[in-house]
Design a protein around this ligand. Structure first.
Ligand code: SF4
Length: 389
């Protein structure tokens, strides 16, 4: 059995490696393959896998990279992630990638995709336009076409024939991975002392650079190791972290929440891993199966249009109840329109149910944690002294 500390240490090394050494090593071992980066929030990694492409999550550079050139491409009043992604690209740190996929998360990512095309004209750049219409005949049909285009683009990098690739086998692997992540998150909620939020985050982040087979094996190892962990429940405040679905909070922020008495038992970081929710059917036409799963996915996110805005609040309250959450921490990247525009709606839903919350903004390179520690610590104390509702 592997040791928890060794597993977490390896994940932290992968997290800190802005040269993407794991990707370069994978390419060396798979010379016929290609590696393609993707921005948050969601892309169907199954399609890339089937085409022989390693999907690589490019989630920004956190607090580890000084932005020198990236700032020149954007105005000051937008979030940080596009600057650090440009910086990563222009400084050659993404040279091992054969292309990039930009999901239609928001205007910032859309603009970034245009900048990328101009800066890297020799590399594949794919704008992945997911539908905001969830009628199977309209959005579903549009999405299935987009998936076919994506498959063709990925196969063009590896020379595979899109008609003969085994997409169902890839769906099977990702279904297995979804089951493992669900198990891990359930354990975090039931026994948070066994799965601290910062560890869970690092384990899931490793899945952004590892091939899916290795990522699933890593989760299995971690699950086995923490099952044997000795410890006990701590009287921390059970909180849900909301709004961190795109630009990621720095690891120090998650650790700061832990140190200030907050047990993060649910969050919306790493959205790509939980999008689709349930399993994708492994029967029938795999493209149609992926499209159907996308259209049927009922989970809400700020980058998803919902005609009845109240649904987002209903989902948040449902998560609060499911995970016995005592308070919600709204933590959004500064200037993140999708997260910040949803926040008042979500706060109203919590007000109606009498659920406590607090809110602050961050940037992926936020370095000063003391104000956050004080705010989160006070929030946790308030919950413990007067209850979460
Ligand atoms: S952090 Fe928010 S505003 Fe910035 S790219 Fe992501 S979704 Fe868009």
């Amino acid at each position: 059995m592997k040791n928890v500390d060794e597993i977490v240490e390896r994940c932290e090394e992968l997290y800190e490696d802005l040269e993407y050494g794991a990707v370069a090593r994978w390419k060396e071992a798979n010379p016929e393959g290609a590696a393609v980066g993707f921005l948050p929030t969601y892309i169907p990694r199954e399609v890339l896998h089937a085409a022989g492409v390693l999907p690589v999550g490019i989630l920004g550079a956190g607090d580890q990279l000084e932005i020198v050139k990236g700032d020149a491409f954007f105005q000051s009043y937008i979030c940080h992630i596009p600057r650090s992604v440009v910086e990563l690209g222009l400084s050659g740190k993404l040279d091992s990638l054969d292309g990039m996929i930009f999901p239609s998360t928001c205007d910032v990512i859309r603009n970034l995709s245009g900048i990328w095309k101009l800066q890297f004209p020799d590399k594949l750049s794919f704008y992945f336009d997911v539908p905001q219409n969830f009628d199977p005949e309209v959005g579903g049909a549009f999405y299935a076409d987009t998936l076919r285009e994506l498959l063709e683009a990925m196969c063009s990098l590896t020379g595979r024939d899109p008609k003969s690739v085994d997409l169902s086998a890839s769906i099977h692997l990702y279904n297995e991975n979804r089951r493992l992540i669900a198990k891990l998150k359930a354990l975090r909620s039931e026994e948070p002392w066994r799965v601290p939020a910062s560890e869970l985050y690092l384990v899931l982040r490793a899945g952004m650079v590892l091939p899916i087979e290795e990522f699933s094996a890593l989760i299995e190892d971690y699950l086995e190791a923490v099952a044997a962990r000795e410890g006990h429940e701590v009287d921390n405040a059970r909180v849900l972290l909301a709004g961190a679905f795109c630009e990621q909070p720095p690891l120090t922020l998650i650790r700061t929440l832990e140190r200030s008495g907050c047990e993060v038992v649910d969050d919306d970081t790493m959205l790509v891993l939980r999008w689709l929710g349930d399993e994708v059917s492994e029967e029938g036409d795999p493209i149609e199966a992926l499209a159907k799963a996308y259209i049927a996915y009922t989970g809400e996110a700020s980058c998803k249009y919902v005609p009845d805005g109240e649904q987002k609040g209903i989902q948040l309250v449902r998560s609060v109840r499911k995970h016995c959450v005592e308070g919600v921490i709204f933590a959004a990247p500064s200037f993140c329109d999708p997260a910040l525009l949803d926040r008042p709606m979500l706060q109203s839903a919590l007000d109606a149910e009498g659920i406590s919350y607090t809110a602050f903004n961050y940037a992926e390179n936020t370095g000063q944690m003391q104000p956050i520690r004080e705010q989160a610590g006070t929030f946790a104390d308030t919950i413990k002294l007067w209850g979460g509702e």
